[in-house]
Design a protein around this ligand. Structure first.
Ligand SMILES: [Zn+2]
Length: 295
């Protein structure tokens, strides 16, 4: 396998998710010669405009789908990845009590079979050795993130099955499937304590409170993330931040994500973390490489 180029596919729900989850890892692998393809399930048409400088602008709200495509083009150029759209419509994050119904025609309501068929096609065309996606809770409880998990699991298995979707290309078996683990309590605690130790105000008090609330709200399905793999990516944090800022409508440049100086991040938590969910190869846990056992 060592002479063959390694390939990594990252499946995400919306444009911007690839830049906030595992982006430094993708940038590192790109620099090391790995072929990386991001598959974005939806166009992000229902994303809220989170950058205060761009809120309440009619020209932006009327053209949000196109603007998000342009933002994605900038982000993928910064990361150096290729990217394909799966072609579904953003479901939006339902808010209120009781929650409103999901909008007709959205990704979370689309037949799982159809979404799986499209992702199987992507897998058979690109032939990834490793696929990353979200855990069964979506990493955070957005219906599109949960759907992205379901589609990824179904497609990981179906892509290798010659009887499944026989018109969608030759069977291909990816060797490993990972979940992104961005929100581990260990990571937040380490960054929080490092900020306090430097006499800086920590943004994590609030994040950890939200995280606990989320856990309580979803008690039935919630489980602690199981980190199996920590990829050292401290030198790629700048690329990650630049890519995320390219999604200008979707991020507040003064928000919590950018509050921790990179020097502190490099010292307190220099990795991006993953949970190995499926593997057809042997590797020793804990790992520091998504291609462990494959190279
Ligand atoms: Zn998202």
């Amino acid at each position: 396998m060592s002479s063959e180029q390694l390939r990594l596919m990252a499946v995400h729900a919306h444009p911007d998710d690839e830049s906030s989850k595992g982006a430094a890892t993708m940038a590192r692998y790109i620099d090391e010669g790995v072929d990386v393809l991001v598959v974005t399930c939806t166009g992000g048409e229902r994303g809220s405009i989170l950058n205060p400088a761009l809120q309440h602008r009619e020209d932006i709200e009327a053209n949000i789908a196109e603007i998000r495509r342009d933002e994605m083009a900038r982000a993928r150029a910064i990361l150096g990845v290729r990217q394909h759209w799966l072609g579904f419509v953003d479901s939006g994050l339902p808010e209120g009590d009781p929650l409103p119904p999901l909008p007709e025609g959205c990704f979370a309501l689309a037949p799982l079979e159809e979404a799986t068929r499209r992702l199987v096609r992507e897998i058979r065309d690109f032939k990834p050795h490793v696929v990353t996606t979200y855990d069964e809770n979506g990493g955070y409880p957005h219906p599109d993130h949960i759907r992205t998990h379901e589609v990824s699991i179904a497609a990981f298995d179906a892509a290798a099955d010659p009887d499944a979707f026989p018109d969608e290309g030759e069977p291909w078996q990816p060797l490993k499937l990972y979940y992104d683990v961005g929100f581990s309590p260990e990571r937040f605690t380490a960054l929080h304590e490092a900020m306090i130790a430097k006499g800086l105000e920590s943004p994590y008090e609030e994040r950890m409170r939200q995280w606990r609330e989320n856990r309580e709200k979803n008690e039935r399905t919630w489980r602690a993330p199981k980190v199996t793999t920590r990829v050292p990516v401290a030198d790629w944090f700048e690329r990650r931040d630049a890519a995320l800022l390219a999604h200008a409508t979707q991020v507040d440049p003064d928000g919590w994500f950018f509050k921790v100086p990179l020097a502190i991040q490099r010292e307190a938590w220099p990795t991006e973390d993953f949970e190995l969910a499926r593997s057809l190869v042997d590797s020793q846990i804990p790992e520091d490489d998504l291609f462990a056992g494959i190279r």
